[in-house]
Design a protein around this ligand. Structure first.
Ligand code: SAM
Length: 209
């Protein structure tokens, strides 16, 4: 629930069927066990948004589940020229995010947004916030994400944008390169699958700390 329930020892909280199932059947909790209760809102730390080209099949649920475990705060599917899939069941992805939050013991549930075209995402981006674009084209010449974090040009409040299976088009790279808030980053010497790239970026940023 998005509401805040002040809860003290001995207080009562009504669980939904899904929460009861998770607690008793999945986590095997019994009377007398302890649980952490959260309201899905975290106003303190800077949030990390993961933006990713929409992927095919099971890759997207995998990306969502693992990115949530690794601490992503917001998940924005992006429609790019090379996306093979253009529609999504956002509700199902949101349910995966809830489950992954519960099992990883994090105290917030990241929001899975409706997919948006790349241009709309860029038009709405806060120009004061760096957007790391994971760019696999010139891995030797592009600063790594770790180097950007180490030199202080980025922090966990940055956005991270990953292309779909087919990567970004030349035209999309041209657009991205003109934007002052864009920081191209490499994730190391090897070309990664899109979902691996997303997870590597989340692990490097360490947004779950
Ligand atoms: N064909 C593979 C697949 O099916 O997933 C590889 C796709 S790779 C082109 C997809 C995206 O991952 C790229 O657009 C880029 O954002 C990111 N990526 C992959 N390896 C990378 C690396 N070493 N450095 C930076 N970004 C990388």
């Amino acid at each position: 629930t998005p509401e805040y329930w002040p809860l003290v020892a001995g207080g009562q909280l009504a669980l939904s069927d899904a929460q009861r199932h998770h607690l008793y059947s999945v986590m095997r909790q019994r009377e007398g066990g302890s649980v952490a209760v959260f309201n899905g809102v975290d106003a303190v730390k800077r949030s990390t948004v993961l933006l990713f080209g929409v992927l095919k099949g099971a890759r997207l649920p995998t990306l969502i589940e693992k990115a949530v475990e690794l601490g992503a705060d917001e998940l924005q599917p992006v429609l790019t020229q090379h996306c093979a899939v253009r529609s999504l069941n956002v509700e199902r992805l949101g349910a995966i995010a809830v489950e992954a939050s519960e099992q990883s013991g994090r105290l917030t549930v990241p929001c899975v947004r409706e997919p948006q075209p790349l241009q709309a995402v860029l038009d709405g981006w806060d120009a004061l916030r760096p957007l790391c674009v994971c760019d696999e084209r010139r891995l030797d010449d592009t600063p790594t994400l770790s180097a950007r974090l180490a030199d202080g040009s980025l922090d966990a409040g940055a956005g991270v944008l990953i292309g779909p299976e087919g990567g970004f088009s030349a035209e999309e790279f041209e657009t991205l390169e003109t934007l002052p808030f864009v920081r191209p980053v490499s994730l190391g010497a090897n070309i990664l699958r899109a979902e691996t790239a997303a997870l590597a970026a989340m692990a490097i940023i360490g947004c779950g700390r």
